[in-house]
Design a protein around this ligand. Structure first.
Ligand SMILES: NC(=O)C1=CN([C@@H]2O[C@H](COP(=O)(O)OP(=O)(O)OC[C@H]3O[C@@H](n4cnc5c(N)ncnc54)[C@H](O)[C@@H]3O)[C@@H](O)[C@H]2O)C=CC1
Ligand SMILES: Cc1ncc(C(=O)O)c(C(=O)O)c1O
Length: 311
């Protein structure tokens, strides 16, 4: 008997919503994907078809009978739901407004899991009538391929909801990581520490973007995909870590703001894939090709990592 919710609802069908919905459906859940925008729902239906194709390449469904329906009718999306996953834009007041709208339509026993990238759960819960129901459930992009989810209770989250969400994440064969609440949570704090150093190295002309990507991808990226950072210390030796950190830590970048060259790019409308140029330039068809290469690579890496011992 699966521990998955029979019915789950995803609120917000943008970058993250369709992949989240597809992942739950592939494990047998009946998922309702809701958005305030009809255009977003239309885009989500196309995105879902693409995501299903990707999931077919990863593995077979872990349970039959799952489905995703799409709509802009909130009451229909919430009927008999056990779990709501909120994935609206990263704006605190918007999330608070959505939470209030949801709470007015659901029973006290329904869990709301927020996919916020780093807004403290306790802050979001302050305005809720049942703050115990809110819990952080941070998926990583692309959510249908990155099989790790951060589970972050707020200071009012009911322990039974934490246990239930961890059970649900395991039921669709993802890896739940239970964390204490801290801005950015664990994954993005580590990612943004890495990105801060990377941007400083680029800004100082120490390495080219191509060289930096090759160094991180084939060096620490490759190694850390097999050996986690804590195990890596045992492999390298804590004495080595002490020897190097004693002089290197003080030299690492400690900027507290976004680098100026990044701000300049944003001001010039250079946002990356979404504007055909950012850290790299993209010609006709290049972005679609690069997206396909990334997905293909993530599928291959996921299948390989799933086939090796968890060291
Ligand atoms: N994009 C990413 O790489 C990741 C994003 N997240 C987090 O997930 C959340 C969603 O992010 P994205 O999917 O990138 O956002 P997005 O902007 O791509 O999509 C958000 C969707 O929410 C809809 N929406 C806006 N107001 C709404 C409302 N009142 N009710 C229902 N739907 C509404 C929009 O129409 C849009 O379709 C954010 O909190 C973000 O920080 C988490 C991990 C990765
Ligand atoms: C660069 C970057 N920033 C934030 C997030 C997030 O968690 O919202 C991600 C991601 O999940 O991939 C990211 O890549």
């Amino acid at each position: 008997m699966s521990s998955l919710p029979t019915i789950a609802t995803v609120i917000g069908s943008g970058t993250m919503g369709p992949g989240i919905a597809a992942t739950l459906a592939r494990a047998g859940a009946t998922v309702r994907l809701y958005d305030i925008s009809a255009d977003a729902i239309t885009r989500a239906e196309a995105a879902y078809d693409m995501v299903r194709g990707v999931l077919e390449a990863v593995d077979s469904p872990s349970a039959p009978g799952g489905s995703v329906t799409f709509g802009t009718d909130l009451d229909a999306a919430l009927a008999d739901t056990e779990l709501i996953i909120e994935a609206v834009p990263e704006k605190l007041e918007l999330k608070r407004s959505v939470l209030a709208d949801l709470e007015a339509r659901i029973g006290d026993d329904v869990i709301i899991a927020t996919n916020t990238s780093g807004i403290p759960i306790s802050t979001m819960a302050e305005s809720m009538t049942v703050p115990a129901r809110l819990i952080g459930m941070h998926w990583s992009n692309p959510p249908h391929l990155i099989p790790m989810i951060e589970v972050i209770p707020g200071n009012a989250t009911a322990p039974e909801h934490v246990d239930r969400l961890i059970e649900i994440v395991k039921a669709f064969n993802y890896v739940p990581v239970l964390e204490k609440e801290i801005p950015g949570f664990v994954e993005n704090r580590v990612l943004y520490a890495i990105l801060r150093e990377c941007m400083a190295l680029l800004e100082e002309g120490i390495v080219t973007p191509e060289g930096l990507d090759a160094c991180v991808k084939w060096g620490i990226g490759y190694k850390l995909s097999v050996v986690g950072p804590t195990r890596l210390l045992d492999m390298a030796g804590l004495d080595i870590y002490q020897a190097v950190s004693s002089y290197l830590n003080k030299d690492l970048d400690n900027s507290t703001d976004t680098p100026e060259f990044i701000k300049d790019k944003i001001a010039a409308g250079q946002l990356g894939f979404k504007s055909n140029g950012g850290m790299y330039e993209y010609g006709e068809g290049d972005v679609d090709a690069k997206r396909k290469e990334i997905i293909t690579g993530l599928i291959a890496a996921r299948k390989t990592l799933a086939s090796i011992p968890n060291v």
